[in-house]
Design a protein around this ligand. Structure first.
Ligand SMILES: Nc1ncnc2c1ncn2[C@@H]1O[C@H](COP(=O)(O)OP(=O)(O)O)[C@@H](O)[C@H]1O
Ligand SMILES: N[C@@H](CCOP(=O)(O)O)C(=O)O
Length: 320
């Protein structure tokens, strides 16, 4: 349940009075999500999402995230756009938290991603990358090599509680990635967390992308690696080459991928697998007993990492 901050009616009415959005009809907490408090807000003029940013989103990063969503939406990408209050600002304060109202997107995220979903996702990801090219702000990826180093330090001594030998796996993998991580791939705005629960479909057509709170400036092909990991493994843990090929081909049809990026995909998939393994491992080891957000299983990403460690080239993914 991702409602960490309860909003009393009086405070909500005072907050909404700063906008030209009419009066509150209903405001319901949304159970999904893990990072922030989200409410479905209905007013006399429409339906919106009210987000209160909790501790893990750094206040100084908010202008990047909000500016990016506004930039992409203005260029025609279907994503939430922050609503401006009468003072011209999108970011305000509610119940002691930074808070925004963003536009509501229709659709549902796919519980069982199909080949068609993967194909449409590939095209939408490339579209995001192209539309982000002229966004002027930048934000370093806090969850790349330096961030992984901090997470390895914070988890390696207790990692074997989750899986025997895991501490050595993460130390060795980080050393490998430090020695081999690419340096000269195209950089731009990436979403960095485009999992199925952040992609909406309506009547089997992709209808929108949400949750830009890990977005940053990094290798474009790294975003593709995040998606290959998040969308192309089956519940039995096998890698679905057909889904991967369709995703990459659809991506290529919008943004041609240079061969240097295709060749780097196995390595980038290793990095992306380590990234989600480490954040999940950290959350697994550090979540307070009785917390209402259940941590995600780190071992899912250990299996994915092992698959990529065994892949000699992009051919193992049906690509290239
Ligand atoms: N703009 C939006 N339009 C429609 N639903 C949204 C929107 N933003 C968030 N949601 C709903 O809120 C849920 C959690 O949002 P998300 O941004 O993933 O939260 P968190 O950042 O806390 O993980 C989504 O699964 C979706 O149901
Ligand atoms: N996608 C990450 C967790 C981040 O959750 P989100 O709700 O903000 O997308 C993972 O699966 O580990």
């Amino acid at each position: 349940m991702a409602v960490y901050t309860e909003v009393p009616d009086g405070e909500l009415n005072t907050f909404l009075a700063q906008y030209d959005l009419g009066n509150v009809v209903a405001c319901k907490g949304i159970a999904e999500g893990v990072e922030n408090s989200n409410y479905l807000l209905r007013t006399t003029l429409g339906t919106y999402i009210l987000t209160l940013y909790e501790k893990r989103v750094a206040r100084e990063d908010l202008p990047f995230f909000l500016g990016l969503m506004e930039h992409l939406a203005a260029k025609g990408l279907s994503c939430p756009t922050p609503i401006h209050a009468r003072d011209g600002q999108t970011l305000h304060e509610l119940c002691g938290r930074p808070a925004v109202i963003v536009s509501f997107l229709e659709g549902m995220w796919p519980r069982r991603p199909t080949e068609r979903h993967c194909q449409q996702l590939g095209a939408a990801l490339a579209d995001l990358h192209l539309k982000g090219r002229d966004f002027t702000l930048s934000r370093a990826n806090a969850l790349s090599l330096a961030g992984w180093q901090k997470l390895v330090e914070a988890t390696k001594d207790r990692a074997d509680e989750v899986e025997p030998g895991l501490g050595k796996v993460i130390v060795d993998e980080l050393a490998f990635l430090n020695a081999h991580w690419p340096k000269d791939l195209e950089i731009g705005v990436i979403h960095a967390d485009l999992f199925p629960d952040n992609v909406f479909f309506l009547n089997d057509r992709l209808s929108g992308l949400i949750d830009f709170y890990f977005a940053c400036t990094d290798f474009l092909a790294y975003d593709l690696a995040v998606c290959l990991n998040a969308w192309c493994f089956e519940p039995d843990h096998s890698f679905n080459i057909t889904k991967a090929r369709l995703m990459v081909q659809a991506y290529q049809s919008v943004r041609p991928v240079p061969s240097v990026e295709t060749a780097a995909l196995p390595l980038l998939c290793r990095g992306s697998a380590l990234r989600f393994l480490l954040t999940r491992l950290y959350d697994w080891l550090n979540h307070p007993p009785g917390a209402f957000v259940k941590p995600k299983d780190p071992r899912e990403y250990l299996r994915k990492l092992r698959f990529h460690q065994g892949a000699a080239s992009a051919g193992a993914y049906g690509i290239g």
